[in-house]
Design a protein around this ligand. Structure first.
Ligand code: AMP
Length: 358
């Protein structure tokens, strides 16, 4: 089985590693010279929307997927018609525009922060009058890791937020005083078989995921999150792995966004669950039965961001697993992560605290 993957970053690398273990082969399309996934398969060096590259991928692969959600949906039309492409491009279209995303959540009865789409300064001012402050202004498209957003705390911030983010279409959201953030990751196969991993609790720093740990020990929250992601998976007739990020406030969940792909908050599933998000994504898109998602011990992970501490390479502890994406250092760039699989939550949390200080 040969899998075509659009994007060859670290998610491609980990998909490639999972594919190897499953006896599958990967071919990637990526514009970079030596992207992280290079060690796991051939990379066709071309822009993500290059017609010839996508056609080649379609001709040489059994199924195509993507590890990057800013692939232009129109570009996917260059893939020959009989090669399946999963997740469905409709999911990509939803995830690429926060307005579409909010509309879908509303249609499916999934609660969201109060929000308004705005294009002009006058509309932004009117939206802030309605929603109150603080509020978060975000670009509707192409935001990631906290980029493309500004928090409005007082009236003087409105003009600054507009100048910073316009002329792009914007969305304003009421600021949620959340207790913590979680994500749920689900996998669905073409037969409709669906599975989820236990809830991950996620902490961000400077808008970038820093730590993730599972499970969140709250059956009611988990049941609610499973219900919400189940509605999305079925509605989109989804195939592959989908991530839903949520705020937890007063015991309730509010949806923030979806990612139609494997996700950083699920990296701990590689060593910390019976089947990883990467393996189940591949099993789903190749129409094979999904693997069990039960946890192994108490898992968590810390991201290595910006520069790679030498101490991270010297760790010698069978509870720790270092993943180096082979990327050059740059402020705010995800260079790797360390998974912890501990015997108890207390032990896991202590290890994550130590790793956080490396
Ligand atoms: P996003 O790009 O939408 O995932 O936002 C990045 C991070 O900003 C989230 O993980 C939250 O920590 C924070 N954030 C985004 N939207 C809101 C909101 N409406 N209220 C409070 N915090 C938010």
């Amino acid at each position: 089985m040969r899998i075509g993957i659009i994007g060859a970053g670290q998610l491609g690398l980990m998909l490639g590693e999972a594919a190897e273990a499953l006896g599958m082969e990967c071919v990637f399309v990526d514009p970079s010279e030596t992207p992280p996934a290079t060690s796991t398969g051939r990379v066709i060096q071309a822009p993500f929307d290059n017609e010839a590259a996508l056609a080649e991928l379609g001709q040489s692969c059994d199924v195509i997927t993507y590890e990057f959600e800013n692939v232009p949906v129109e570009a996917l039309e260059h893939i020959p018609g009989d090669t399946p492409l999963y997740p469905p491009p409709a999911a990509l279209g939803v995830a690429q525009d926060r307005k579409n995303e909010k509309a879908l959540f509303a249609e499916l009865g999934i609660p969201v922060p109060a929000n308004r789409s705005v294009d002009t300064l006058e509309e932004l001012e009117a939206a802030i009058d309605e929603l109150g402050m603080p509020a978060v202004v975000k670009t509707r498209r192409f935001g990631y890791d906290g980029k493309g957003q500004v928090v409005i705390r007082e009236a003087a911030d409105v003009q600054r937020a507009f100048d910073t983010l316009s002329p792009q279409p914007l969305i304003v959201e009421a600021f949620v005083p959340y207790d913590f953030e979680v994500s749920i990751i689900g996998a669905r196969s073409p037969s409709g078989e669906t599975t989820t991993w236990p809830l991950s609790r996620n902490e961000h720093r400077d808008g970038i995921l820093r730590t993730a740990r599972g499970p969140v020990d709250d059956d009611a929250l988990y049941a609610m999150a499973r219900d919400y992601i189940g509605r999305l998976l079925d509605h989109l007739d989804y195939v592959g792995v989908l991530t839903l990020e949520l705020f937890v406030a007063d015991g309730k969940l509010l949806a923030n966004e979806i990612a139609p792909r494997v996700h950083n908050s699920g990296h701990w599933t590689i060593e910390g669950a019976e089947t990883s998000q990467f393996a189940n994504h591949l099993l789903a898109i190749t129409a094979q039965p999904l693997g069990a998602t039960a946890l192994r011990g108490s898992p968590g992970m810390v991201n290595i961001i910006g520069d790679f501490p030498a101490a991270a390479r010297d760790l010698d502890d069978e509870r720790l697993f270092l993943h180096d994406y082979g990327k050059s250092p740059r402020p705010g760039r995800k260079l790797g992560h360390i998974t912890v699989v501990a015997a108890s939550e207390k032990e896991r949390d202590e290890l994550l605290t130590t790793l956080d200080k490396l």
